[in-house]
Design a protein around this ligand. Structure first.
Ligand code: GLC
Length: 566
């Protein structure tokens, strides 16, 4: 099986005409992030340069040519700041330094300079909801009730003196009460995540000032923007009303709770507006990306701000985390992003990150996983959304969950074992080649084991195989960059009654038609689109390479067909 990797000459001619007419040619005034591919790197796991078994900044720098070749526009670096590493960097003890495990500020500057040479931008992960309990701010805050930093965190009395009487029923996302008793001062502090991640009190203006100073520190160093960690959780109900108890229990054995008192409070938007003013005061279209797990497109819309004065790119988790190949759900969620957001709100789609089992496993049926991975990639790169992906996704790296609790590194995998085995599985080292440790590290032991399949699933092997997933990604990324319909064309769903095949058109001259068979059976359809000429851009079905018509198109099981139509 070989993919069709050539756009026929005709489309090049059509593109030339378009540019002459100036009708639908790429909008050159668009900010860079609108058509970008943002690639998430989990620094511990990408490339180790000093043989300690943990990835680092110099390692990333050494792999920039790979990223450029793939077509990456920006790297989102998961946190690289000094940290006790309880939550592997999401517990920050200094916002203006680099953790020695990952290198130095000088290494960071070199990474930035080398990235810039290759047209790649750097996006930092900014964790504003909480710090590490080892951050000097919290150490001060916990030292006495009268410390000037006391009010920088959320301290409250329990319902009775002593431990075991938290102020209310709120729970940590990572299990059990969200209140930690502090014997020294006899009060509790609030932590939405681990107890080692105390929540900052965003109702105190000094907190905002200090955090914005750190934001400036990185903007001054030239970063292109921020991915804002857990941003909807900045505020809590100041009156500490209990959360509503819902039926059932979670993986930690705690009752399920509503989260209306601790998540997505309206005050978040005031902070985002201020932060946007700050980033907009810098030249170069700095971008704010949000980690926004929200319930629907309308909550997402609020994250952009009614005047588009908050986040440029809140992540649309409604699409990538449907977690089953359901044509109707994908059709309606992609359609929502297309038509329910006001003009100018740019959607951002993402299927993979460091917190969820890899998409190949979430969507795969165990038999057709690679074909399904090609479908996922097709959706990521053929809608109008900005694309975000996670290292190794382009290789089909799988989730390698620890088999024994004693091997688990992510603390929630210990608290939640065996129902919740933690996030180690999606954080295993990048697979570069078939050599020792997949060429991730020369260490005797890497911080997490390299996944078993690294001898066949790796960059080197996949670069040499025409039909590899890596080459599929490369083709889609390149085509999306140069094809005017894929760049800017509106999206309309077609054949909307079909429950097996997701079909849509991206409008342009020529149009691009995408047809994805979500089923294990061949499907024949006549695409609801009039065209006099049709030709294939990309397919994984040999039988579809010579497609000349949209009538009676037969897609084999889980096949992808992407074509042009005039
Ligand atoms: C975000 C991060 C996750 C982290 C949590 C607490 O969800 O993506 O990895 O554990 O925030 O910072």
């Amino acid at each position: 099986m070989t993919y069709i990797l050539e756009v026929v000459k005709k489309s090049i001619a059509a593109l030339a005409i378009l540019i002459v007419c100036g009708t639908a040619s790429p909008q050159t005034s668009d900010p860079w992030w609108k058509h970008a591919l943002v690639y998430e790197i989990y620094p511990r796991s990408f490339q180790d340069s000093n043989g300690d078994g943990v990835g680092d900044l110099n390692g990333i720098t050494s792999r920039l040519d790979y990223l450029k070749d793939l077509g990456v526009d920006a790297i989102w670096l998961s946190p690289i700041y000094p940290s006790p590493q309880v939550d592997f960097g999401y517990d920050i003890s200094d916002y203006e330094q680099v953790d020695p495990q990952y290198g130095t500020l000088a290494n960071f500057d070199r990474l930035e300079a080398e990235s810039q040479k290759r047209g790649i931008r750097i996006i930092m992960d900014m964790v504003m909801n909480h710090t590490s309990d080892k951050h000097p701010w919290f150490i001060g805050s916990a030292s006495s009730k009268t410390n000037p930093k006391r009010d920088w965190y959320v301290w409250r009395d329990g319902t009775a003196p002593g431990p075991g009487h938290p102020p209310n029923n709120w729970q940590s996302i990572f299990g059990h009460s969200a209140w930690q008793y502090d014997a020294k001062t006899g009060q509790y502090y609030y932590h939405k995540f681990y107890a080692q991640q105390p929540d900052l009190n965003w109702r105190n203006p000094e907190v905002q000032k200090a955090m914005f100073d750190s934001v400036r520190f990185w903007l001054d160093r030239g970063v292109a923007g921020f991915r804002l960690d857990a941003i909807p959780t900045l505020f809590e109900d100041p009156d500490l009303h209990d959360e509503k108890v819902l039926p059932g229990t979670n993986a930690y054995g705690d009752p399920n709770l509503d989260d209306a008192r601790t998540n997505n409070l309206p005050e978040v938007h005031d902070v985002l507006r201020e932060l946007r003013k700050l980033t907009d005061s810098y030249a170069g279209d700095r971008v704010l990306i949000g980690e926004t797990y929200l319930n629907n497109i309308h909550q997402l819309e609020e994250m952009y701000g009614l005047k588009q004065d908050q986040l440029q790119l809140p992540m649309d988790m409604q699409v990538g985390f449907i977690n089953k190949l359901d044509v109707r759900l994908f059709r309606s969620r992609i359609q929502d992003a297309e038509s329910e957001l006001p003009a100018g709100d740019q959607p951002l789609f993402v299927f993979d990150n460091h917190d969820n089992p890899r998409s190949i496993d979430r969507y795969g049926d165990g038999k057709h996983n690679l074909a399904i991975a090609r479908i996922v990639a097709a959706m990521l790169f053929t809608t109008r959304a900005t694309a975000m992906m996670y290292y190794g996704e382009e290789l089909g790296m799988v989730t390698s969950t620890p088999q024994r609790v004693e091997d688990v590194k992510d603390p929630i995998g210990v608290t939640g074992w065996p129902k919740e085995k933690g996030r180690d599985g999606e954080r295993t080292p990048m697979q570069w080649d078939a050599g020792k440790n997949a060429a991730f590290s020369t260490a005797a032991k890497t911080w997490l084991p390299v996944a078993n399949d690294y001898k066949t699933v790796n960059v080197k092997v996949e670069e040499s195989e025409k039909a590899s997933l890596l080459n599929w990604y490369k083709f889609l990324i390149a085509e999306r960059r140069k094809n005017p319909a894929l760049r800017d064309g509106g999206l309309t769903m077609l054949n909307t009654d079909n429950t097996n095949v997701l079909t849509y058109v991206r409008k342009g001259t020529p149009n691009v038609i995408v047809a994805l068979n979500f089923s294990a059976q061949p499907q024949t359809l006549s695409v609801d689109w009039k065209a006099t000429e049709v030709w294939t851009l990309l397919t994984d079905a040999d039988s579809l390479k010579e497609t000349k018509s949209l009538t009676n198109l037969t897609l084999p099981a889980f096949a992808v067909w992407i074509g042009s139509a005039e």
